[in-house]
Design a protein around this ligand. Sequence first.
Ligand SMILES: CC(=O)SCCNC(=O)CCNC(=O)[C@H](O)C(C)(C)COP(=O)(O)OP(=O)(O)OC[C@H]1O[C@@H](n2cnc3c(N)ncnc32)[C@H](O)[C@@H]1OP(=O)(O)O
Ligand SMILES: O=C([O-])CC(=O)C(=O)O
Length: 371
Amino acid sequence: MTSAKGLEGIVATQSSISSIIDDQLTYVGYTIDDLAENSSFEEVVFLLWNLRLPTKSELDQFKTDLASNMELPEAIIDHLRSYDLSTVHPMAALRSAVSILGLYDDEADVMEEAANKRKAVRLQAKIATIVTAFARIRQGKDPVKPKKDLGFAANFLFMLNGEEPKDIEEEAINKALVLHADHELNASTFTARVCVATLSDIYSGVTAAIGALKGPLHGGANERVMEMLTEIGEEENAIPYIKEKMANKEKIMGMGHRVYEQGDPRAKYLKQMSKELTKITGQPKWYNMSVKIEDYIKEEKGLPANVDFYSASVYHSLGIDHDLFTPIFATSRVSGWLAHILEQYDNNRLIRPRAEYVGPETQQYVAIENR
Ligand SMILES: CC(=O)SCCNC(=O)CCNC(=O)[C@H](O)C(C)(C)COP(=O)(O)OP(=O)(O)OC[C@H]1O[C@@H](n2cnc3c(N)ncnc32)[C@H](O)[C@@H]1OP(=O)(O)O
Ligand SMILES: O=C([O-])CC(=O)C(=O)O
């Protein structure tokens, strides 16, 4: 029995949700390019959960369903007010709040398909509200209630900032949400599927997935990218800084990918948005130094920028706190987790691989008094 470290190249399941073939990403067969250029986030979520695009009236209804499920039980707000938020990472807060949210859902352990779909709507809607409520309470402000007539991206920014976003801000967040929604069997999605394959509930699956997304080798990289850019400070420091990191064998955050070889098809959209938004905010240095780093790493190591690389300067340009970058990723990716959870339930088998044992040979047990 031999093992594949990190399960590289192992095909662990079948899925109809998204595919990555020859560096092309599709959701249910639609290219990420078509979706990034044309779709609202709600349309993409409908697609992932129903494996088809909605009609106009279905999409209108779905948008209404999401907007009207955004409000949180008061107990969750009370919970967010109950501890010192200044010492807690928002991904940890989100992980715990989603787990607690399950306690306030009467259907949490009802495993019927219709109940699972209703819970999916509630979770997708409420995660946006948890993230924004956390951010506001941390600043000593009251949470802002969602508006039923705003779309998902606009509502997210409205609940975060307390004012309706400009079109360009709404478009940037909408596109970022579309681009992050699903990605085949990435680590957090796999985590969600492993969890619910024991026939555990949706809240457990999503809580586990948030924990996996939090790590810096996965979703947590976007915050680290901004940390790196901030440390670099000015464009002329970028390459010496990267050279030193590489000499110390440190990884460059936002670079490299397990599956993509030439490039991540999502990165070009975030790169373009970064270019536009950093220009508007009068801080093109974040974009310029990112391009320098990307080109250098591509040349030196052959590694492409991944989705986390340019999203950092996009969110920074929107005035978003750096530790909220990964929670925004989660706000989008929960749609993919939920799609995979529903798919797993639909055709379930326990996920239980084997380990190649490399420990000591059979040993003689020695009584404790003789050790
Ligand atoms: C949404 C997402 O999750 S996208 C990924 C977000 N994560 C990051 O951006 C963190 C930085 N990147 C990485 O750590 C990796 O590229 C990962 C985790 C994305 C993929 O990892 P793996 O496929 O396991 O590759 P692994 O870590 O084994 O690296 C293979 C080689 O490339 C190098 N490498 C990979 N990524 C990087 C990087 N970002 N910077 C420098 N070197 C790197 C490794 O050092 C290793 O080199 P070696 O063979 O000389 O030892
Ligand atoms: O697929 C992966 O390994 C990581 C990734 O890009 C994602 O989850 O979006």
